[in-house]
Design a protein around this ligand. Structure first.
Ligand code: FES
Length: 152
């Protein structure tokens, strides 16, 4: 085999390795997403004990039910948390992605907002920086934004 052909073949293999590496890096960053849901929000308390199911638990359950058919359920897991210190703005969720902006949303009534949360999470997932401009967010998440935290 002529030396020029060998050199071309080696060069092509190196380029393929680079592309594979970039692809693997991209894939690994896309799996590093979490949708946090506060399960304590909108609780009713009596004598220091929670009475019944909280609004946060209802929202969490709704999101988990919807996520069974969500195409990103494996890449963007839902994780329940006890509190995100935005208790007066219940219900509260957060989008976190490796190398992306972090968003905290509140003022989410339980009913009919699960679909909007997952729709917004899908948009967040699709953006390399996670930026969610007001005009692109679903209606229930347009005004309840509590924080947009930069990447470290
Ligand atoms: S109880 Fe939900 S943020 Fe604190």
């Amino acid at each position: 085999m002529p030396a020029s052909v060998i050199q071309f073949t080696q060069s092509a293999m190196i380029q393929m390795t680079d592309i594979l590496q970039i692809s693997q890096n991209t894939n690994s960053s896309k799996t590093s997403h979490t949708l946090f849901v506060c399960k304590t929000c909108a609780s009713v308390w009596q004598e220091g004990k929670r009475v019944g199911e909280s609004g946060g638990q209802k929202l969490l359950q709704r999101l988990q039910d919807l996520a069974e058919k969500w195409e990103l359920r494996d890449e963007f897991p839902i994780q329940a948390v006890e509190c995100m210190s935005a208790c007066s703005r219940a219900c509260v969720v957060a989008f976190v992605g490796k190398g992306k902006l972090t968003y905290l949303f509140g003022d989410l009534p339980v009913d009919h907002n699960g679909e909007a949360v997952l729709e917004c999470a899908s948009k967040y997932y699709a953006k390399s920086d996670g930026l969610l401009p007001w005009s692109e967010r679903p209606e229930p998440l347009k005004n309840g934004i509590l924080a947009r935290i930069p990447t470290s």
